[in-house]
Design a protein around this ligand. Structure first.
Ligand code: CP
Length: 309
């Protein structure tokens, strides 16, 4: 463990809970684990603490990486599956929390379909809540690992140009990334069909780029979002095919600018927002993001756990 002090707030609900100094503290701790970790190695940062993984919505990357992170730090962990819980018998969220709390939990990693669910839980527990994605609101740990991936590649944020492309309207990843990347000093722009932008888009004070060609010309980083096409039944875009034609990112885009990097939070809809061939492009860092997710989540948990030390 390096000699880092804890974070500004004793929880993580949204990107604005973290100062620039907090983010770099997490990066330093994550880098320490990356350099030091060997297969099977355990750290004592969370020894004696219990971490509940409460996922009320599906997840692969976030849930597994938090579980691995907590275990590498010697926490006791357990998973709460909404679909096989007493929620299906009508138990409320708050009663579910109290039941879990009575088992002696210290840290809750929560994913929920409702925006604000993580905040609601934090207000009703003396434990530490980490938002692992709440509705369309925020996904702050995704923004941390995305920023860490950018920083490890470019060693800076000042002057870096990042375009977030695709379904901004439904994306908690976009919200957290816009806030965090601007806090860190990057320039952020958005590229999306008008119907996939929030109505009050100027709350972020970001500029817009009309098409992917212009985005490629301007950007050092393309952060491509998953088209949440399960919501397309509502007719927000004319067709998935049309979206793909005008807003899909292809290998040809990268052949024009090989130094540009590509991030995607996953899961990817190949053939819709991203051409499959892009996945083998050297600066396509999707798997690197997943690896960084484990180390940045270890760092976050270790720093938040200082509350109990
Ligand atoms: N990026 C992300 O949140 O992926 P999962 O839904 O698989 O956790």
């Amino acid at each position: 463990m390096t000699n880092q002090s804890a974070l500004s707030k004793p929880y993580l609900l949204e990107a604005s809970d973290l100062t620039k100094e907090d983010v770099f503290r997490i990066f330093a701790q994550a880098q320490f684990y990356m350099d030091d970790y060997e297969k099977g190695k355990k750290y004592d940062d969370l020894k004696g603490l219990t971490v509940a993984l409460a996922f009320f919505e599906p997840s692969t990357r976030t849930k597994l990486s938090f579980e691995l992170a907590a275990k590498r730090l010697s926490a006791d962990t357990f998973s709460f599956q909404a679909s096989s819980s007493s929620l299906t018998k009508g138990e409320s969220l708050i009663d579910t929390l109290r039941t879990i709390e009575a088992m002696g939990v210290h840290i809750y990693v929560v994913r929920h379909g409702n925006s604000g669910a993580a905040k609601f839980l934090q207000e009703n527990t003396s434990g530490v809540v980490v938002n692992a994605g709440d509705g369309k609101h925020e996904h702050p740990t995704q923004a941390i690992l995305d920023a860490f991936t950018i920083y490890r590649h470019f060693s800076k944020f000042e002057g870096l140009r990042v375009t977030i492309i695709g379904d901004i309207l439904h994306s908690r990843v976009a919200r957290s990334n816009i806030i965090m990347l601007k806090t860190l000093g990057a320039e952020v722009r958005l590229c999306s069909p008008g119907t996939l932008l929030p109505r009050h888009k100027n709350i972020w004070e970001v500029e817009y780029i009309d098409n992917v060609d212009d985005a490629v010309e301007w950007s050092d980083v393309l952060l491509v979002l998953r088209l949440q096409h399960e919501r397309m039944k509502s007719g927000i875009i004319p067709s998935v095919r049309e979206f793909s034609k005008y807003y899909g990112v292809t290998l040809e885009h990268f052949s024009r600018k090989p130094e540009m990097i590509l991030l995607h939070p996953g899961p990817v809809n190949y053939g819709i927002e991203l051409e499959y061939e892009v996945s083998s492009y050297p600066n396509c860092l999707i798997e690197t993001q997943v690896t960084h997710g484990v180390f940045t989540r270890m760092a976050l948990l270790a720093l938040l756990a200082r509350k109990y030390k």
